[in-house]
Design a protein around this ligand. Structure first.
Ligand SMILES: [Zn+2]
Length: 394
């Protein structure tokens, strides 16, 4: 029988029991040299690295659930307030061998588990070789010498056997899986071990543009759709874009803004119209003139600008009530709201110059730049507005 220590830790609002258990695990390894397994209902924190194995269980509910433990310290019986119960039986290796759930009307469902003789790991769940349900369905599992699942066989009383075969690469990565219907899913990897593509059913998905965090920022599907994402220096996604490469049509484009505590504070969908255009008439021309005057002011200040298409309008919905202006990241188009114009020339200049940087230079938001912050916090004066806009001109 393998020796080891099993620790249970459930944090409450005042005590971090997982942290304490991690400390204990360190001491156990140091003085007793025994493997330690943690059972917790809390999300496991990577900093707690003294455990050999962690099992995350559902948080024990406080109300009217009773647990009864056997001599090995394992829960052998759960009883619930609605008179249902679950009985578990274990062998002397602490492996679960059967589980019986009894419903309110006394009906029982039993699952039995069988294990292979060989047991190389500590509390290694992969030792289950067959699972038997009372309704005569059996799940059989086969493993290779590394403990990796190589075959899953499902036998139901009415259906013939269904077999799933799995194969692994030298780095233990799953490289192929064959389903009972003969469909083969294959995975290819880059030399550095990162997933390159998954293919099944004539579908091919490619993963590329891996970032420093080891995740792919570009996914290409065989139907021509490409998903790209951009991240900030903390690895947080700032933009997700789905585009059909064949038609160049953008299907989805979402931007995400975070505060200094790295919490998501705003999600914007650039596909939904934020500003509803006014119909052109003399009054609207006068409003637009004020915006165009500011564009000319930028030109006189040395900013090289193409012709910019300007539309005036109002916020399209209550959701966009704080929008003063918006722009397409390409194509020299911008929308300015009447509320921005009503705030006066100085504020309007900040809004217009901000939208120029988006529309003409494709500049993204930069919370460190007073002009390109996602929200208008500081009203810059004429010189500063120009100074910051000139930064973005290549
Ligand atoms: Zn903006």
């Amino acid at each position: 029988m393998t020796k080891g220590v099993l620790l249970f830790a459930h944090n409450n609002s005042t005590v971090d029991y997982v942290k304490q258990a991690n400390f204990c695990a360190g001491q156990i390894k140091k003085h007793l040299d025994l493997p330690v397994c943690l059972i917790t209902s809390d999300k496991f924190n990577e900093d707690h690295n003294n455990f050999n194995h962690v099992i995350v269980v559902e948080k024990p509910s406080t109300a009217q659930t009773k647990r009864f433990y056997n001599a090995l310290g394992l829960v052998s019986l759960y009883t619930f307030s609605d008179k249902t119960q679950v009985n578990s039986k274990f062998n002397n290796l602490m492996q679960l061998i059967s589980k019986t759930a009894t419903s309110t009307d006394g009906k029982k469902i039993t699952r039995t588990y069988k294990y292979s003789e060989k047991r190389d790991g500590f509390f290694n769940n992969s030792q289950v070789t067959s699972l038997f349900y009372e309704n005569n369905t059996t799940y059989n599992y086969n493993y290779n010498l590394l403990g990796l699942l190589t075959n899953r066989l499902v036998q139901t009383p009415d259906q013939k056997e269904q077999s799933f075969t799995l194969d692994y690469g030298p780095l233990r990565q799953l490289i192929s899986q064959v389903s009972p219907n003969g469909v083969k899913e294959e995975r290819l990897f880059y030399n550095n071990g990162l997933l390159k593509s998954v293919s099944y059913n004539n579908q091919l998905i490619n993963f590329s543009n891996y970032n420093a965090y080891g995740t792919s920022d570009k996914t290409s599907y065989s139907n021509g759709i490409v998903k790209t994402s951009t991240r900030d220096i903390f690895g947080q996604i700032t933009n997700v874009n789905y585009q059909n490469q064949t038609s160049n049509k953008v299907l989805l484009d979402k931007n995400y803004c975070y505060n200094q505590a790295r919490r998501l504070v705003r999600e914007t969908d650039s596909q939904t119209k934020k500003v509803k255009n006014f119909k052109m008439n003399n009054d609207v021309y006068k409003l637009r003139r004020q915006v165009i005057d500011l564009i000319y002011e930028a030109k006189r200040g040395g900013v090289n600008l193409p012709r910019i298409e300007v539309r005036i309008g109002e916020q399209s919905s209550i959701k966009h009530r704080n929008v003063l202006g918006c722009a397409k990241m390409t194509g020299n188009q911008m929308w300015i709201t009447k509320s921005a114009i009503d705030l006066g020339t100085d504020t309007l200049r900040n809004v217009v110059f901000h939208e120029i940087a988006h529309a003409v230079y494709g500049t993204e938001h930069d919370e460190k730049c007073p002009l390109m912050q996602s929200a208008l916090n500081t009203i810059l004066n004429k010189e500063d507005c120009l100074k910051h806009l000139l930064k973005y001109q290549q």
